[in-house]
Design a protein around this ligand. Structure first.
Ligand code: BGC
Length: 761
C-alpha cells in the first residue's frame, strides 16, 4: 500500500507511537495495516549488528564481521572510489543481514585534534568531508540500504556531548560545519540524517527548527527522514514541530503520549505529526521493497578489500631514502602493536572481528625479528622491554617501531587530554633511533599526535586506524608491494597549543564557543603562518609526480558561470603510483576575512612511470564564494582569484588567475552612523561628499603639515573617512533636517547598494 494511504488509515495513537523505535535497533511494526518493522545498525566502517541485547556503546557483542579502515584513514585516501567500494561492500552485507539502514557516515569537522571521536570523522576540511561522505552514501544506497549521515550538527567534541551547546556564528556554521551535510543531502541524496545530542546556539539539535527544517528541508531540499541520536530527545513534541521524525532508541511501551497530549492541547499540529509519519513510512516501505535476503557475502573477498583499502589510506609522512625496505635486509619489528595492532576505535562503531592481522603475522617468511618494546596498557617504560628492543635494533639493518595511541587514549564518550603518545613509546622510539639510524616508525591511531622524535627517525608511516587487515597493509607498504598514496586530511600541528580551538576547547559548563570562527585546521595555520609537523594534504610516494600545463578555459566569468580547469600530471619516477592533485582557490583581495586558500577540488589517479594524464576540474560559484550573513547566502565578491594546484596546502606547484564577477549585491541602508568613507563608495553619496569637501574652506596643505606633521593629508583623510554622518551636524556642516533629508534621498536610490568593498568600512 502507498504511504499516503496508510497514513490516512492510522489512528492518532498509532501515528504517535510509530515515531519512536520498537527497541534499540528497530522501527515499530503496525500489524493491523501490514506496516513492517525494519532494522538499523551502527557502522560506519563495518556492520555492528547486535542480535542480543542492544546498546549504543559497543559493549554487548555483535555479529562477527569484517572491520574496514575508520573515517580518518578513509579520508586520507583522497579517493572517492575507496568510499564507493566500501559503501557497496557494506550495502551487500546489510542486505545479507536484513539491515535497512547503516548509521553513518560521520561528518563532523575535526575542530580540535582532542575530540575523542575524531577517528570516526573525515577531516578538518568541509569539502573533503562532503566528497568522501557523498561517495559512500551513494554507493551504500545503490544497494538499497539507507545511509544516515551524522551527527547533525556541531558535535565536535565528546565532553558534554549529550547536553552541551556549541555557540557558532552564522558564517562559520555555513562555511565550515554544514557543507559536508549539504553535500550528502544534495549530491549523495542521503535518505536519513541523525541529529546530534548537543545544542547549537542554545537549541538542542533534536528540536532545532533552523537546522531540521529551515536549512535541511527548505534550503537543501532534503526529502528523507530525521532520526535522533540515541537518547537525544529533550522535548518530544517540540522535536516533531521542528522537523524530527523518529526517536531512537525506543521500546514497545513508548506510545507517544507527549505527542498526543500536545496535539490535544493545541501546542502541536497533527499536520506536523503526519509529516513525520509520512517521512518514516516512505523509508520503511521502500526499504522493505528493496530487500534482497538471498544476498551472499564472500568474507574472504571482504577481507582482501579491507587490506586493499587500508593500503590506499595510509600516509607516508616522511621517508629519507629508507623505504621501501629491501627483502634482503634484516629487520626487527618493535612494539606491541606489531603483534596486536590497534585498528579500530572504541564505542558504538566497534566491530566484532574474529581475527585481525598483525604486521608480524603478515611478515611471516621474511627475515623479521620481534621485540615487544613497550606494554600497550601502561604509560611507564619497562626497562627490560626497552633494553631488549634496543639490543635487537642494534643487530639489524633496519628497525620498524609500531607505535600509536592505545584504546584508553581515544574513544567515543571522552575527549583526549593531550596530544602525546604514551611516555614509554616516546622513550622507546628515541632510544631505538639513537642506536639504529635506519629506524622507521609506523603509527596507529585515529588522530594526530605530537612527534618529539621526528628529527631522529628517517621514515614515518601513518596507518591511522586501518581496519582488521592493517598489519598486512603495513607490510605491503613497508616492502613496497603497495606504493603509498594517502594524503593527510588534517594538519598535524607541532603542539596542541598551536591549535586554533585551544583556548576554547572543550568550553566551560557545557558551553563551547567556536571563537576561532572559520579558521579551522589549515585555514588557521596558513593564515597565521604557523609551523606545523605536516600540513593538510601532505603525503609521499615511492615515486615522484610533476604538475604542468595548468589551463583555465576562461579568464573571466560571472558567478553564474563555471570554469573548467585542466592540469597535466606526470609520473616522473620509476614505479607506478597514485597522485593526488589538490586544487585550492585563493581570493587575492577581499574586504572580509578569508583563509589564505581553500580546497575546492581534488582527484586521485594512477600513473605508470613516464605516463602523463590530464585532470579536469569544474569550479562554480561556491568555489569562489564565502557565506555572507547580511544576505544569508553564499556570496562572491567581484575580483581576481588564483587557482592553485598543490601537492599539499603548503606546496603549491602551479597557479593561474581568473576574474569572477559577483552578480548579487549586498543591500545597504544609509543611517546617521554610516561613515563618510562608506558614503564615498555609494553611487550618489560620492558626488555629494565631493561637493561638500570641494567647498570646504579647510586649512591649506602647508598649514596642515605645520600643525600635524608630514603625511597629515592622509591622516586627515582617514579621520574624515571614519566620521559618521551624524557628526556633520555636530560639526555644523549641516542641520539635522538637512541630514535626514539627505539620508532619505540616498536610501531612495533604486540602486541603493554599496560595492562589496564597502562592507568592512
Ligand atoms: C552515537 C551514534 C550511534 C548511536 C547508536 C550514539 O551514542 O553517538 O553515533 O549511531 O549511539 O549506537
Amino acid at each position: 500500500m502507498h504511504a499516503q494511504e496508510l497514513l490516512h488509515k492510522m489512528t492518532l495513537e498509532e501515528k504517535a507511537a510509530f515515531c519512536s523505535g520498537r527497541d534499540f535497533w528497530h522501527t515499530k511494526a503496525i500489524e493491523r495495516l501490514g506496516i513492517p518493522s525494519v532494522m538499523m545498525c551502527d557502522g560506519p566502517h563495518g556492520l555492528r549488528k547486535q542480535e542480543g541485547e542492544g546498546d549504543h556503546l559497543g559493549i554487548n557483542v555483535s555479529i562477527e564481521t569484517v572491520c574496514y579502515p575508520s573515517a580518518s584513514a578513509l579520508a586520507s585516501s583522497f579517493d572517492r572510489t575507496v568510499m564507493t567500494r566500501l559503501g557497496e561492500a557494506l550495502g551487500y552485507e546489510c542486505q545479507a543481514e536484513n539491515v535497512a539502514m547503516l548509521l553513518g557516515p560521520g561528518l563532523n569537522i575535526k575542530r580540535s585534534p582532542l575530540c575523542g571521536r575524531n577517528f570516526e570523522y573525515f577531516s578538518e576540511d568541509p569539502y573533503l568531508s562532503g566528497q568522501m561522505g557523498a561517495a559512500y552514501v551513494k554507493a551504500l544506497q545503490s544497494k538499497g540500504i539507507a545511509a544516515c549521515a551524522k551527527h547533525f550538527a556541531c558535535n565536535n567534541q565528546e565532553t558534554r556531548r549529550m547536553s552541551g551547546s556549541s555557540q557558532v556564528d552564522e558564517r562559520t556554521l555555513h562555511e565550515i560545519y554544514l557543507p559536508a551535510f549539504e553535500a550528502v543531502v544534495k549530491d549523495g541524496k542521503t535518505r536519513s540524517i541523525m541529529c546530534a545530542y548537543n545544542a547549537v546556539n542554545d537549541t538542542y539539535c533534536a528540536e532545532n527548527k533552523m537546522l531540521l527544517t529551515d536549512i535541511l528541508r527548505e534550503l537543501w531540499g532534503f526529502d528523507g527522514f530525521v532520526v535522533t541520536d540515541w537518547g537525544a530527545v529533550k522535548d518530544r513534541a517540540g522535536g516533531v514541530a521542528s522537523g524530527l521524525d523518529l526517536e531512537m532508541p525506543g521500546n514497545p511501551d513508548a506510545l507517544g503520549e507527549e505527542i498526543i497530549k500536545a496535539i490535544q492541547d493545541g501546542t502541536l499540529s497533527e499536520e506536523a505529526l503526519d509529516k513525520a509519519v509520512l517521512n518514516l513510512l516512505n523509508f520503511v516501505l521502500s526499504s522493505w521493497e528493496q530487500r534482497k535476503p538471498d544476498t551472499k557475502i564472500d568474507r574472504e573477498a571482504c577481507r582482501q578489500l579491507a587490506r586493499k583499502l587500508s593500503g590506499e589510506c595510509a600516509v607516508l609522512m616522511k621517508n629519507e631514502n629508507i623505504l621501501p625496505l629491501n627483502t634482503e635486509e634484516s629487520v626487527t619489528f618493535i612494539g606491541e602493536f606489531a603483534e596486536t595492532p590497534r585498528y579500530q576505535g572504541a564505542g558504538s562503531s566497534h566491530i566484532n572481528v574474529p581475527h585481525s592481522v598483525s604486521a608480524l603475522e603478515a611478515a611471516e617468511g621474511r627475515s623479521v625479528l620481534y621485540a615487544r618494546g613497550y606494554d600497550a596498557h601502561s604509560k611507564q617504560t619497562d626497562p627490560h622491554l626497552l633494553s631488549e628492543a634496543v639490543n635487537a635494533a642494534k643487530k639489524v639493518d633496519a628497525a620498524v617501531i609500531f607505535a600509536g595511541l592505545p584504546d584508553a587514549f581515544e574513544s567515543e564518550g571522552a575527549d583526549r587530554e593531550h596530544l602525546r603518545l604514551p611516555d614509554n613509546q616516546n622513550e622507546l622510539i628515541a632510544a631505538v633511533a639513537a642506536v639504529n639510524p635506519r629506524t622507521v616508525v609506523v603509527l596507529h591511531g585515529g588522530a594526530p599526535v605530537e612527534l618529539p622524535w621526528l628529527d631522529q627517525v628517517p621514515a614515518l608511516l601513518c596507518m591511522y586506524l586501518g581496519g582488521e587487515q592493517v598489519g598486512s597493509a603495513a607490510v605491503d607498504l613497508l616492502y613496497g608491494s603497495v606504493n603509498p598514496s594517502g594524503h593527510l586530511a588534517e594538519t598535524w600541528p607541532l603542539r596542541l597549543e598551536d591549535n586554533p580551538s585551544y583556548l576554547n576547547f572543550p568550553g566551560e559548563d557545557g558551553i563551547v564557543t567556536y571563537a576561532e570562527g572559520i579558521y579551522v585546521g589549515y585555514r588557521y595555520y596558513d593564515k597565521k603562518k604557523i609551523a606545523v609537523n605536516f600540513p593538510f594534504g601532505h603525503g609521499l610516494s615511492y615515486t615522484e609526480f610533476s604538475y604542468s600545463n595548468l589551463r583555465i578555459d576562461k579568464d573571466k566569468i560571472t558567478d553564474q558561470e563555471s570554469v573548467t580547469v585542466h592540469v597535466d600530471v606526470t609520473n616522473v619516477g620509476r614505479i607506478t603510483g597514485k597522485a593526488v592533485a589538490q586544487l585550492y582557490v585563493r581570493d587575492v583581495k577581499s574586504t572580509v576575512r578569508r583563509p589564505v586558500r581553500e580546497l575546492r577540488a581534488f582527484d586521485k589517479i594512477s600513473l605508470q612511470p613516464g605516463e602523463t594524464k590530464t585532470l579536469h576540474f569544474t569550479l562554480d560559484k561556491r568555489s569562489f564564494a564565502y557565506y555572507e550573513p547580511k544576505v544569508h547566502d553564499f556570496f562572491v565578491e567581484s575580483g581576481e582569484f588564483v587557482i592553485e594546484i598543490g601537492k599539499n596546502c603548503r606546496d603549491i606547484c602551479l597557479s593561474q588567475s581568473v576574474t569572477v564577477e559577483g552578480t548579487t549585491q549586498i543591500p545597504f541602508t544609509v543611517t546617521r552612523t554610516s561613515t563618510i568613507g562608506q558614503l564615498m563608495k555609494h553611487p550618489k553619496g560620492a558626488s555629494f561628499i565631493q561637493k561638500m569637501t570641494g567647498s570646504s574652506k579647510g586649512p591649506s596643505d602647508e598649514e596642515q603639515a605645520a600643525a600635524m606633521g608630514e603625511g597629515s593629508e592622509k591622516i586627515m583623510q582617514s579621520m574624515m573617512f571614519e566620521m559618521p554622518l551624524g557628526a556633520l551636524v555636530s560639526y555644523g556642516r549641516m542641520t539635522a533636517p538637512q541630514l535626514d533629508a539627505l539620508i532619505a534621498s540616498l536610501n531612495e536610490q533604486p540602486n541603493d547598494t554599496l560595492s562589496e568593498a564597502d562592507k568592512q568600512q
